[in-house]
Write a protein that binds this ligand. Sequence first.
Ligand code: SF4
Length: 374
Amino acid sequence: MPDARHAYVHIPFCRHRCGYCDFTLVAGRDDLLAAYFSALGRELERLQQPLELDTLYLGGGTPSHLGSDGLRRLFSLFAPTCRPVAAAEVTVEANPLDVTDEWVTAVKDCGVTRVSLGAQSLAAATLASLDRDHTPTDVRRATDLLLAAGLTVSIDLMTATPGQTPAAVAADLEAITALGTQHVSVYCLTWEPGTAFASQRRKGLLRPVPEETERAMFELAIDHLEAAGYEHYEVSNFARPGGRCRHNEAYWDCRPWEAFGPGAARFNGRTRITNHRSTTTWIKRMLAAEDATGEVETMTAEEAARERLVVGLRRRAGVSRKAFTNASGFSVDELAKAALARWQRAGLAEDDGETVCLTRAGLLVSDSLWAEVL
Ligand code: SF4
C-alpha cells in the first residue's frame, strides 16, 4: 500500500492468556522473541518505498511485554521504512504492570505519543474475575507516570464481567475518570468460542450478565463519561477535547493502512490481506521467504461502500450523505434506504436529510443492526 499513511504492528506476546481472550498471541513463549524480530524485518522488506506515517499503532498481545530494550529494537527495525511524521500519533498498548520509569523513558525516546493501558477495571474483584495479573494500584501508578511524562493516555474499561453489578461499574467509572486520562474505551465482555471463559460458561461455572443489565451498564458509562467531559465519539470510545484516537479514525474513514505481524490485516480501500494468525506459522513462513498470507478478502465497490457506511454509523457524528457519495460513489439511500427508515421509526436513527446517525438507543444495539446494511 504505497499510499498508506497509517500502520499497525501486532506484537503477539503475553505473560499469560486471560480467560476471555481469543486474540492472536502466544503466552509464556519469550523464546520466540528473536525469531519474531527477524520475521518482522523480513516482512518490512515487502515495502517498495518508505512510508511517511500520520499514525503508527503497536497493538497485541502486550507490546509493553517487549520491555524497554525490545521497544527500542522494534523502533530501530521500523525506522528506515516506517517513518512517523513530526506531528504523528504513535501509540503503544501496555499492561500497567510493565509501566516503569525505565520503560517510560524508552517510550519517550522512541517517539511514542500515546499509551493505551489495558486496565479493564479499578476493582480488585473484577480484575481477579478477568484473570488479570495487575492490581488497581498498578493502574494508578502507571497512569500517573505516563501523564507526568506528557503522554496521552487511554484506558480500557470492561463491563458485563462475570458477577459484576451496575454499582461496581459506577464505582469503576468514578475511579477511572478520577485518573484524568484523555481517552477511555469501554467494551462489554464477549464470550468468544474456544476461550476458557466460554468453556466455563458451558459447564455452568460462569454466567453472563443479563442483556438488559449489560445495556444499563453501557448507558451508565455514557452518562458518567459525558458528565466528566468526555465526548462519546464512537460506539466504544470517549475522548476529552483533542484526545480522539487518530489511528482508529483512519480505520473508520476507510483510509488505506499497512500492517505487520501475525494476524495483522492491511487494507487498500478494497482488499484486506490478513497475515497468518498463528504466530509460529507466520514466523516460520516469513523466515523461509514463503507466503505468510492467511486470508485475502476483496470487496466489490458496493461491498466497500456498505462497509464504509457501517463504520461511519458507529461514529456519533454519523455519515454525511455528500461526503459518503464523494468517497464511495454510492448514495446512502441506494444502499440502506429501507433499513434507515425502519431504524428511524424505531427511534434508533436520525436523518436530517444531510446527515444520518444513530441515536443513543441505536448505538446501544448497533451490532444487531449491521446485518441489514452489509
Ligand atoms: S493481556 Fe490482553 S492480549 Fe494478553 S491475554 Fe490478556 S486480554 Fe489477551
